[in-house]
Design a protein around this ligand. Structure first.
Ligand SMILES: Nc1ncnc2c1ncn2[C@@H]1O[C@H](COP(=O)(O)OP(=O)(O)OP(=O)(O)O)[C@@H](O)[C@H]1O
Length: 270
């Protein structure tokens, strides 16, 4: 008897999305499916619509209603944003920006920032009651992220790489099936970038879908097989990385002469 292979459930199922921002359509007739367990990198130049897609996933912005529109996450059209956080953990640089405004004055520590994921806030407030199980989970997350020693240090007194780890910790409290990371290695120094990519690899191996949004080719860690190329709000390539991370494709995408260098299972450009 031939064994029937069953596809993993769809985490994200978008068809014919047209997403406006301001007075322009940024994503146009945009269709994308991602299944549970896949690790995907979304690459594209500045302004190609990567963050717009992330905001459509987090339901911060919505597509216009058009015939054929499908806008589902985990098979569901409508989401309470709080419920969504339990399935999609989002780490974006604009959160980090808010963090610097909101968290600096209050000297929120890494422990508090992680725990505040339970309350959908940035840091704890006096009315928040942390349960012992949540405290225990937060400690385990800090350990996994290798920042236990920073648990009681204010986030505003950490390096950018440490701050990003703490933000990931905040997203991990709900044990989301997918983690969406929007340009997580931007503005990190080369040492911090390397450490951060090692962390991404551990996250990918921990049975969690990674959707990594980046314009750094070297962020495409070995665990990521599928690459999506985005240009002017459209997908111009979607498939295995060996087919898409070529000098010709990336030079076309970024509008510059780029040479792809492959070292083992890692890629970079010169
Ligand atoms: N709030 C906004 N109002 C109007 N237009 C916007 C807004 N935010 C972004 N845009 C425009 O939408 C387009 C896509 O922006 P988006 O931030 O999604 O691109 P991106 O691929 O994430 O870029 P980057 O790599 O620079 O972060 C850009 O042309 C940008 O100017």
């Amino acid at each position: 008897m031939v064994k029937k292979s069953v596809a993993a459930p769809l985490l994200l199922d978008f068809a014919h999305l047209t997403v406006p921002r301001g007075d322009r359509y940024i994503l146009r007739d945009f269709s994308l499916q991602i299944r549970r367990g896949e690790h995907v990198a979304l690459l594209g130049p500045n302004g190609s619509g990567k963050s717009t897609l992330v905001k459509a996933i987090t339901r911060e912005i919505y597509p216009v209603d058009r015939p054929g529109l499908r806008f589902q996450l985990l098979g569901q059209d409508d989401w309470d944003v709080n419920d969504l956080r339990g399935h999609f953990g989002i780490v974006a640089l604009d959160q980090l920006h808010n963090l610097s405004h909101e968290v600096t004055l209050r000297r929120v520590t890494a422990r508090e920032l992680v725990l505040s994921g339970y309350f959908n806030s940035l840091g704890l407030w006096p009315h928040h009651r942390v349960k012992p199980a949540q405290e225990k989970h937060a400690r385990a997350i800090l350990r996994f992220l290798e920042i236990s020693h920073l648990a009681h240090r204010p986030v505003s007194e950490m390096s950018s790489g440490e701050q990003r780890r703490a933000m990931i910790g905040r997203a991990l409290v709900h044990d989301p099936g997918a983690l969406v990371l929007d340009e997580p290695t931007n503005s990190l120094d080369p040492g911090a970038v390397r450490e951060f990519r090692d962390l991404l690899r551990r996250l990918a191996r921990a049975d969690r879908t990674l959707l990594l949004v980046t314009h750094h080719i070297a962020d495409v860690i070995p665990e990521i097989d599928r690459v999506i190329l985005l240009q002017d709000g459209r997908i111009v390539g979607d498939g295995p990385k060996a087919q898409l991370l070529t000098s010709a494709r990336l030079s076309r995408l970024f509008g510059a002469k780029l040479q792809v260098v492959r070292k083992g299972r890692s890629y970079d450009v010169t």
